[in-house]
Design a protein around this ligand. Structure first.
Ligand SMILES: C[S@@+](CC[C@H](N)C(=O)[O-])C[C@H]1O[C@@H](n2cnc3c(N)ncnc32)[C@H](O)[C@@H]1O
Ligand code: SF4
Length: 343
């Protein structure tokens, strides 16, 4: 089954080459075939690091760590996350460091670390401690990537990540206040201009800044898309990622029709993105753009064939098998608590 997932994801990350005016009936048929094989073959048995295979000698691995907390839960978001509670989040970071020790005990070494969320910067002191811990356990780690919302960039604690994080990916989604209001992000994360100013100020903290944008929102006109791309380019980040608004079973009710533009509009928006960024950026994958061809990191972590994930809801791909860690915070804490090592 892993080969199906792999080939599907390889299709997804293939740089744009083909004619994007594929008829809708063909796309829906392909989706149905994909769904058939996923339902038939994919068995998600949740396990944590205590039951992972040992590493293969000489193989290069990446460490993925998931932080499933956010101060606000955006209705369009498809990621595994819970509403932030400080006591729960602190407990979680301790368990995460313990699970890293379990990976060390299995014999794993890593060259690279990707911390994803949720919002990885919900508690900067815990995040800093976790990165330091990872670097002590795995001295081979040369680069660390994190994700943040724009609000956190303004906090004084954010500065403690300087020197620890090589790539900071910031969820802008749009600089347009109308889109931010519609997605309920304006009051929570600040206006487009505030976000722009915060990113400008944070640029000196990290070697690589990535700006995440989303296209395919209702009311996101060509002018808004262009202005989003112009504002992003003006910041001159090393990377820009432009996601199409994705809808899953969980978000279908809250997003489809309410936040999402008709499918046809996305096609022309994607074309506009390609036209606008070509020349300034190299296309790294379907949605990721970088100043150079070799950026080290991109949103799909395609540089490493195999990776080990720690944390609730994390995925690992090892020995051609996909492993999924439990999505329940309670079960996650219980599993890690049985292990003897401290974090
Ligand atoms: C895991 S989130 C972390 C970012 C951070 N929490 C924030 O909101 O600013 C990473 C990125 O995934 C993208 N994303 C989340 N839900 C999406 C969806 N339904 N469709 C497309 N992109 C999505 C957003 O661009 C977001 O910035
Ligand atoms: S978009 Fe970011 S802040 Fe919003 S719920 Fe998703 S991970 Fe959390």
């Amino acid at each position: 089954m892993s080969s199906i997932i792999q080939s599907a994801s390889q299709e997804l990350i293939k740089p744009y080459q083909a004619n994007i005016t594929v008829p809708n009936w063909m796309i829906s048929s392909m989706e149905r075939v994909m769904q058939y094989y996923v339902d038939k073959n994919l068995r998600l048995d949740t396990i944590s690091t205590d039951r992972m295979p040992k590493p293969v000698e000489g193989k290069k691995y990446m460490l993925y760590a998931h932080i499933p907390f956010c101060h606000t839960l955006c209705s369009f978001c498809t990621f595994h996350r819970f509403l932030f509670r400080e006591d729960k989040a602190r407990e979680y970071f301790i368990a995460l460091r313990k699970e890293m020790q379990m990976a060390k005990d299995l014999g794993y070494e890593f060259e690279s670390m990707y911390i994803g969320g949720g919002t990885t910067t919900v508690l900067e002191d815990e995040l800093a401690r976790t990165i330091e811990h990872a670097k002590t356990l795995f001295p081979g780690i040369k680069e660390v990537s994190c994700e943040s919302d724009p609000q956190h960039l303004a906090s004084p604690e954010f500065k403690q990540l300087k020197g620890l994080v090589d790539r900071m990916s910031i969820g802008v989604q749009s600089f347009d206040d109308g889109i931010l209001k519609m997605t309920d992000r304006l009051d929570k994360f600040g206006s487009g201009q505030e976000t722009f100013d915060r990113i400008m100020a944070a640029k000196e903290l990290f070697p690589i800044i990535n700006v995440d944008l989303i296209f395919g929102f209702k009311g996101q006109t060509d002018e808004i898309i262009q202005s989003d791309l112009d504002m992003a380019s003006k910041l001159d980040p090393r990377q820009i990622t432009t996601y199409p608004l994705m809808i899953t079973h969980q978000t279908r009710k809250s997003v489809k029709g309410q936040l999402a533009a008709p499918h046809g509009e996305m096609v022309s928006q994607y074309r506009q993105i390609l036209n606008s960024l070509t020349g300034q950026y190299n296309q790294l994958s379907a949605w990721a753009f970088g100043k150079t061809d070799n950026e080290g990191f991109d949103e799909y972590v395609i540089d490493y064939d195999e990776y080990l994930g720690v944390g609730s809801g994390s995925f690992s791909f090892l020995n051609d098998t996909l492993y999924v860690n439990t999505f329940s915070l309670k079960k996650y804490q219980q599993r890690i608590a049985h292990e003897p090592h401290g974090g």
